[in-house]
Write a protein that binds this ligand. Structure first.
Ligand SMILES: O=C(O)/C=C/C=C(/O)C(=O)O
Length: 62
């Protein structure tokens, strides 16, 4: 089964964006791989606090 994992800032994950991401990523997998994968496509969101996301040697959010 396709498993799509997304790590992103937790501030981007709201009830609305969560639902849209899951729906649209599933749609993309089904469009590219064939509709038979839709029922077997998993999407897992991993929200990460900005302070735990290092960029250019510094924690985000500083
Ligand atoms: O702005 C960046 O370089 C990194 C952003 C990381 C994220 O997780 C995000 O934008 O959601």
């Amino acid at each position: 089964m396709p498993l799509i994992e997304v790590k992103l800032y937790e501030k981007r994950v709201t009830p609305e964006t969560r639902g849209q991401l899951i729906e649209r990523l599933t749609d993309a997998a089904a469009e590219v791989l064939g509709d038979e994968v839709r029922e077997h496509t998993w999407v897992v969101l991993h929200p990460v606090p900005e302070t735990h996301w290092g960029i250019a040697g510094k924690p985000g959010g500083d």
